[in-house]
Design a protein around this ligand. Structure first.
Ligand SMILES: CC(C)(COP(=O)(O)OP(=O)(O)OC[C@H]1O[C@@H](n2cnc3c(N)ncnc32)[C@H](O)[C@@H]1OP(=O)(O)O)[C@@H](O)C(=O)NCCC(=O)NCCS
Length: 147
């Protein structure tokens, strides 16, 4: 497995867009999301999308987005759209994607990361394991202001 960021060339790659569209259907486990395949190239270019790609086939099997945000208390990152294809789960793929995104957020000098995930959700366990804590808005937060 190879982890990489999407780049402008991906926006014109129908295989990549097909894989992302297919992955997006598993977001919220089948419930409707605001992202449709037609939006993916736009969204992917505006945020940092880290993806996990199968080495031989080039198939994208996992993704997570990091979006920059500014608040009165500083520059922070919003983590969204984390998803791994069902047949590839519980192999550490999302954990590695999350580690990469935290590293990237520090590189961009973000002060904290925020994930809008209910702490009771199963997926929250992964974030809690990585040091995120419940915040006042009902999501999860990781302070990365100190090096
Ligand atoms: C949440 C999700 C991204 C996890 O992907 P994954 O690649 O299977 O996660 P990892 O293998 O890296 O998991 C690492 C750890 O997180 C925890 N974890 C991950 N998924 C879990 C689950 N469904 N239930 C309980 N713990 C879980 C475990 O502690 C796991 O370690 P372990 O396998 O050694 O016990 C995946 O289940 C998914 O795509 N779910 C549907 C979409 C979703 O809910 N996304 C999150 C909201 S944006």
């Amino acid at each position: 497995m190879i982890n990489r960021f999407l780049d402008p060339y991906d926006a014109g790659n129908t295989n990549v867009l097909g894989d992302l569209g297919s992955l997006a259907t598993y977001l919220n486990e089948g419930r409707l999301t605001f992202i449709g395949p037609e939006d993916l190239s736009e969204v992917a270019l505006r945020s940092s999308w880290r993806v996990t790609e199968e080495e031989d086939s080039g198939k994208i099997v996992g993704m997570v987005a990091l979006s920059p945000n500014h608040a009165p208390r500083g520059f922070f990152g919003l983590i969204a759209d984390m998803v791994v294809r069902p047949e590839y789960r519980r192999k550490g793929i999302a954990g590695k994607l999350l580690d990469d995104i935290v590293k990237e957020a520090k590189r961009q000098r973000m002060r904290w990361l925020c994930a809008m995930i209910n702490p009771d959700q199963e997926a929250a366990k992964l974030f809690l394991k990585k040091g995120f804590v419940p915040d006042a808005n009902g999501g999860l937060r990781l302070d990365i202001s100190s090096p």
